[in-house]
Design a protein around this ligand. Structure first.
Ligand SMILES: Cc1ncc(COP(=O)(O)O)c(C=O)c1O
Length: 396
């Protein structure tokens, strides 16, 4: 019998641009928090499709929403009012307190939309500089890439947008030194995802809020990875009281289907006029129907479960740190977004865990990143901890 994995590998090598390093398994299906390979192996998914599959795999409520909508229409274009978009918009705005929104398809498109809002808002003024921070990731299209500070993603693609500054994350002094009357917008992840699960410091947020009061720039909270309840609040910036004008969303908002959004407060809600921004696929009705399901569940107890489960996961990871102080440097995160920083590169953990049937991710070289579905249980967290303990023990 031909090995499916070998077949996949050779087709990919032949047909695809070289962009993704694939994991060495062929996935057949998913169920709950587990993936099943073509060989019948069961993998506990602690990565949730990179923070997308918030209700795991094959969730009945998501399946039902998809099926119901697909028999009505799967696309009608944004020339029409769309019931499912309207339904999700109401839920999102009610829960978040923001006043208006725009639907896109992905994170990077949401970042682009936010850049356009800021550009238009300050058009004809001296406010032109956009600011983001070291370690940040905001997407891979040219505007978003200009904000993405991590060199490995951006430097090969120059020239990028002019008048973008990358300041040092968590350095209030760097804010003080660089923010002035020319600052138009500040893009910030309250917990950096790709950068290594780095939470913002309260004093940094306080400084940013006070500079905003002084200079009047726009703050865009990138909640693409941290939003939709991931950290136990709807948006991670709520933990810190960041004074955001725009919230940038994607990943979990479509429950597994491509969907993104930006939310704006009263200050920016009327920036665009008809035709100035748009997207053929943005706010797809099937994806919006799934998003609606996610919000119903968040409103009906799921959010507090995320906090409980997250506290358990982080407490158990902390106890591993006490057990293996020479291996684990720090445990960071909130809710179901956790980062375990190792004292050495973490690639071997990903491989060894996969051998043991657990999917984890390693970001920024040495941070084991966990973004499990919200339906994970304490028992499954225990399985992860048990197997991780074994990996650390044998590497020690
Ligand atoms: C914080 C953050 N911003 C932006 C993006 C880009 O999102 P997308 O890949 O949907 O374009 C990501 C994706 O990982 C992200 O984590």
């Amino acid at each position: 019998m031909i090995d499916r994995l070998d077949e996949f590998r050779s087709t990919e090598e032949h047909d695809f641009f070289r962009t993704y390093k694939r994991l060495p398994v062929a996935i057949k299906r998913g169920e709950g928090c587990y993936l099943y390979t073509d060989k019948g192996d069961k993998i506990l998914d602690m990565f949730g499709g990179l923070a997308v599959n918030v209700l795991g795999y094959n969730h009945p409520a998501i399946n039902e929403a998809i099926v119901k909508q697909l028999y009505k229409y799967i696309h009608i274009s944004n020339y029409f009012y769309q019931e499912k978009q309207l339904e999700l918009a109401e839920k999102l705005l009610k829960r978040s307190g923001f006043s208006k929104l725009f639907f896109s398809n992905s994170g990077t498109e949401s970042t682009e939309a936010a850049i356009k809002v800021i550009r238009k808002f300050f058009l004809g003024t001296k406010k032109k500089t956009l600011i983001s921070f070291s370690g940040s990731f905001h997407g891979r299209t040219m505007g978003a890439l200009s904000l993405t500070a991590r060199k490995k993603y951006r430097d090969q693609f120059a020239p990028l947008l002019p008048e973008v500054k990358h300041l040092e994350f968590n350095s209030p002094a760097d804010l003080d030194k660089n923010i002035d009357d020319s600052t138009a917008g500040v893009f910030i992840e309250s917990i950096q995802g790709e950068g290594g699960v780095n939470p913002v410091k309260q004093e940094f947020v306080d400084k940013l809020n006070s500079l905003k009061s002084k200079f009047g720039f726009i703050v865009a909270a990138d909640e693409i990875q941290t939003g939709v309840g991931r950290t136990g609040r709807l948006h991670a910036f709520e933990h810190y009281g960041l004074n955001a004008d725009i919230v940038i969303l994607a990943k979990g908002i479509g429950g597994g289907l491509p969907l993104g959004a930006i939310l704006g407060n009263a200050r920016v809600e009327d920036v665009f006029t008809l035709g100035e921004h748009g997207s053929t696929f943005g706010g797809n009705p099937v994806a919006a129907a799934c998003g609606s399901v996610i919000f119903d569940m968040l409103n009906n107890g799921l959010m507090s479960k995320i906090t409980e489960l997250g506290n358990y996961l982080i407490a158990r990871a902390e106890s591993l740190k006490s057990q293996f102080p020479e291996m684990i440097k720090e445990v960071r995160g909130k809710g179901l977004m956790a980062g375990i920083e190792l004292n050495k590169p973490g690639g071997f953990v990903v491989d060894a865990m996969m051998e043991m049937g657990v999917l984890v991710n390693c970001t920024n070289e040495n941070v084991i990143r966990l973004l499990p579905p919200y339906i994970i249980t304490n028992k499954e967290i225990d399985i992860f901890i048990e197997r991780f303990t074994e990996v650390l023990r044998s590497a020690n």
